[in-house]
Ligand binder design. Structure first.
Ligand SMILES: *Cc1c(COP(=O)(O)O)cnc(C)c1O
Length: 375
């Protein structure tokens, strides 16, 4: 029997988020059942992809949709679709487009890495990234001035990874691009709202299936029938190495069906309960400030932040992170702010049963470092 246990790879407690490095999310039994069912038989894959696209489009208020292996593949495919259009000859040349209309305009603060680089995704799709503005400020004229007859699209990254300050917002960028007759491609990998970006007028939008929607490693693109047809055209070309299996498609559909009908309020209440219990179990930690903070990119996610007075404690947030990862069982907190003294606990992936394990792990590490509770 093959299992993580027999392979000697220990289960880790994920207090970090929907992280690729930790395998995304733990799947709901309904999603697993759909994947098992999907793996049992053969089907006509084109028909399955058509129906999956129709279902996803209907759930998200889009005209059409395409399933992908993830949002990263979505970025590549959206770019390729913008560069080749619906021309099969051009799609077959990618990524080496020999025609001039292949520039993709991107605000400098959106040229980020999510574990892979946005600019490399654009190049992979046959585009040439044209970075505009500065790392902390972009003006409308930066985008408008960069658009010319060589521009295939403007690319926008809606993400906590992007610079939040000084960048133009999505409605502004859509207005400028559309005024110039250029489509907007949107990376919304980890976003939660499946309706708003298409409603705002974004022309192609990609999401990760394994983040907000708690699906298997997968993703999808939303857009008009014509633009999604240009995306599907890439399946016989640049997207051929990005094949999605039948079992993954069924798993994604099961996850999306749950997501769009799920009682979001009940899950948020559960997450807040996790945070409150963690806070109660940690509020006697010395020289450590506990606060409940909203996601920095404004998503409806709240996390418990532990801000360490490193000088008084004699150890750093980075040390705490490392010790937790070496704990038995390993605990992976959110480390985005470790270099500024803060370790965060993300309630979304934390199962109720893991809460006391996390409290014990943190308490025992403080005790080991000789950090005494305040009398
Ligand atoms: C996670 C992420 C991706 C990649 O998504 P996958 O589904 O893992 O391929 C792309 N862009 C952003 C902004 C992300 O956060």
């Amino acid at each position: 029997m093959i299992s993580y246990e027999t392979l000697g790879i220990p289960r880790v407690i994920n207090a970090s988020g929907r992280m690729t490095a930790l395998g995304g999310v733990a799947l709901h039994p309904d999603v697993i059942a759909a994947m098992v069912e999907g793996g049992r038989a053969n089907v006509n894959m084109e028909a399955l992809k058509d129906v999956a696209g129709e279902r996803i489009a209907a759930w998200c208020g889009a005209e059409a949709a395409m399933v992908t292996p993830g949002a990263s593949a979505g970025n590549v495919i959206m770019t390729a679709a913008a560069v080749s259009g619906n021309d099969p000859y051009r799609a077959a040349q990618l990524p080496n487009a020999t025609w001039p209309r292949r520039e993709i305009v991107l605000q400098l603060g959106h040229a980020v890495s999510y574990g892979g680089r946005i600019t490399q995704d654009i190049q992979h799709g046959g585009g040439i990234p044209v970075l505009v503005g500065t790392a902390n400020s972009v003006h409308g004229y930066d985008i408008a001035g960069a658009i010319n007859e060589r521009t295939a699209a403007v690319f926008f990254v809606q993400s906590h990874h992007a610079v939040q300050k000084g960048m133009l917002d999505l409605p502004t960028v859509i207005a400028i691009a559309h005024e110039k007759g250029v489509p907007v491609l949107l990376d919304a990998a980890a976003e939660e709202d499946v309706h708003n970006y298409i409603a705002m007028g974004a022309d192609l939008v990609t999401y990760s299936g394994g983040k907000a929607f708690e699906g298997p490693t997968s993703g999808f693109i939303l857009g008009s029938k014509e633009r999604i047809a240009a995306c599907r055209l890439q399946e016989g070309g640049i997207a051929r190495p990005m094949k999605v299996g039948k079992e993954t498609i069924l798993g994604l559909l099961a996850a999306m069906a749950r997501y769009v009908t799920n009682d979001v309020a009940a899950e948020k209440a559960r997450q807040m309960g996790v945070i409150e219990t963690l806070k109660g179990g940690l509020d006697d930690l010395p020289h450590t400030r506990l606060t409940i903070e909203r996601d920095e990119a404004g998503r409806a996610i709240w996390r418990l932040h532990l801000t360490l007075n490193e000088a008084a404690l004699g150890f750093t947030a980075t040390t705490l992170m490392k010790d937790l990862q070496e704990h038995d069982p390993p605990v992976f907190p959110r480390g985005h702010w470790a270099n500024t003294g803060t370790v965060a606990l993300d309630p979304r992936p934390i199962a109720d049963g893991d809460v006391p394990v996390i409290i014990e792990a943190i308490q025992s590490i403080y005790a080991r470092h000789g950090a005494m509770r305040e009398a």
